[in-house]
Design a protein around this ligand. Sequence first.
Ligand code: ZN
Length: 436
Amino acid sequence: MVRNSIRVWAAALPALLAISAAACQSAPEVPEGPPVTALTGVRIIDGSGQAPVEGGTILISEDRITAAGADVEVPAGATVVNLDGKTVMPGLINAHGHVQYLSDSIPMRDDLVRRLRMYADYGVTTVVSLGQQEDDRDAVVALRDEQDGIELDRARVYTSGPSTRAHQSSEAAREAVADLADRGADRIKFHMQSGDGAMSGETVASLIDEAHTRGLRTFSHIFTLDEAKLIVNNGIDVVAHSVRDQDVDEELIEAMRSRDVGYIPTLTRELSVFTYETTPAFFDDPFFQYGISVYGEEADMLSEEGYQQKVRMDEGAQAIKAALAQANRNLKILSDAGIQIGMGTDSGVRGNPGRWQGYFEHVEMEMMVEAGMTPMQVLVAATSGAAAVSALDQVGTIAPGMVADLLVLDANPLDDINNTRQINSVWIEGRQLSRD
Ligand SMILES: [Zn+2]
């Protein structure tokens, strides 16, 4: 996934050269293999849910973690980065974001790249884009395809292409999935809606079956409990939003559990619908202001009295306050029931301003704790949980063999989830991102 065969071959070269040099002229001893970086003195929260390791060491070689724990010896020749007292956790994974073209003034590719960089600057090192616009789909596929072969300095991206919806026959649903797959989608997202244009259970089953036949995981937009049951009973892999109309019941929980279905709450999506009825206090938060080069245009628009007035008068927007309270309740119920939770925000959607790529992932975690999850449960959901629901097996934990995507924090997020905002540095594939 991340490493390709050319890089593996190239990585072996220094070791081969070192060996041949030693054989020819007994040169001074050069450590074999690629260089090693050692992060020492750190609290390791490995993303699995295990208790943290205090005073630990993490070894990185090329793009991978090669060792992590309390008793790890630093090999001779390693570059030691002393991080005494810092906390290291896996880079955050957003299992439901959007990487869409949102600018009028910047070329598409540049805008998409700066958005991926903004995610990364906030510690989100992988984002799954569950829904493209027609115009940006190919550009995001291209960014995904190039990311394995470059020195990545932005969030890794995966994409579903545009969300597909409202098919009136199994044949139409299968054709749509085939087209998405042919155009480079690495998973399938669809909208399940009741009322006009609703898809039947049979159509949904065909849509999901076609995706699975092509090796693609399926994610669905839903709002109600009935919609959630329909997609789960017809084979969905992941419920991509909260159930927001009533309490989830034992029937749904049992169906999700028996089919190993994941759940992405996207609480900040709800927040974004009504919170700009006034100017939110967080607009002055320095951690929000850190992203202002990308956020500024939208923040200005959302600060206008006219916009805020519209939100205050919009019954649909106001109704989302109750939907959020319901989403909070259901997150607690499903988490307690042992359903796999993956952190996701729905950030970055065109036409839905104020879903801040990078900043909102931290607000999402704060809201998940407010909903009743423990900080540890939330950190798991934002790392290995998000990886699990997204079927990404190389990221999300700190363990030998995993990609070295790391978030170094100045304070312990187990004490206060908002300490995920105390970012010391972000590492992607074993390289520290510059912070300027
Ligand atoms: Zn979405």
